[in-house]
Ligand binder design. Sequence first.
Ligand SMILES: Cc1cc2nc3c(=O)[nH]c(=O)nc-3n(C[C@H](O)[C@H](O)[C@H](O)COP(=O)(O)O)c2cc1C
Length: 218
Amino acid sequence: MSLITALNRRYATKAFDATKKLPEDIVAQLFALLRLSPSSTNIQPWHFIVASSDEGKARLAKGAGGNYSYNASKILNASHVVLFCARTQIDEKHLQKVLAAEERDGRFATAPEFKAAAHNTRTAYLKEHQYSKKDVPHWLEKQIYLNMGGFLLGASVLEIDAVPLEGIDQALLDAEFDLNERDLTAVTAVALGYRAESDFNAALPKSRLAADDIFTII
Ligand SMILES: Cc1cc2nc3c(=O)[nH]c(=O)nc-3n(C[C@H](O)[C@H](O)[C@H](O)COP(=O)(O)O)c2cc1C
């Protein structure tokens, strides 16, 4: 599939066909998309709760009550729903876990001195966000959105329909999954599956600001 085809094929799916489930090989590729996303200094400040059972989706749908009830049927009728969680802080334990993974994956095999350099760079970035920019949660959340952007495009390449769901009660989902106790917080979700024939949004044309409005070519 060409890039332009994938970009145009992707749209915010408003109604899913509850009878259609994602095949396992597609789910494995979606997991790869989440895992292989880039992040600043490779800090990977995320955790993903993936619901595919009715029970799991019902738990996630608790976050789509009240003002967010317009999102409940998307969660319940999707094949899979991913809740994107961000770390609320980065401690030495997490830094060491990332470093150990890089070592295990062979990043320092030919140049062992890169190990200390990688750790020092990551620590320096973290300290800058802790003490100078004072925006650690915001910085970590940005990494989540970056992951979600790649995820949505990748899902389209896999011919999967999806909708990002920022309209959820993050605090309620934090409590539902005991996220804060694990230094995590719910940020956003993506529901995935196959569009229902009734989805009005599938036939609507894409609408974006004109190129002249958004590009400055220098
Ligand atoms: C961060 C983000 C959050 C969104 N949250 C919701 C949501 O809660 N419910 C929903 O139906 N659509 C949601 N959308 C879909 C947007 O409304 C949609 O992407 C936008 O109107 C552009 O349309 P398109 O995705 O079909 O091209 C969200 C999109 C993004 C990027």
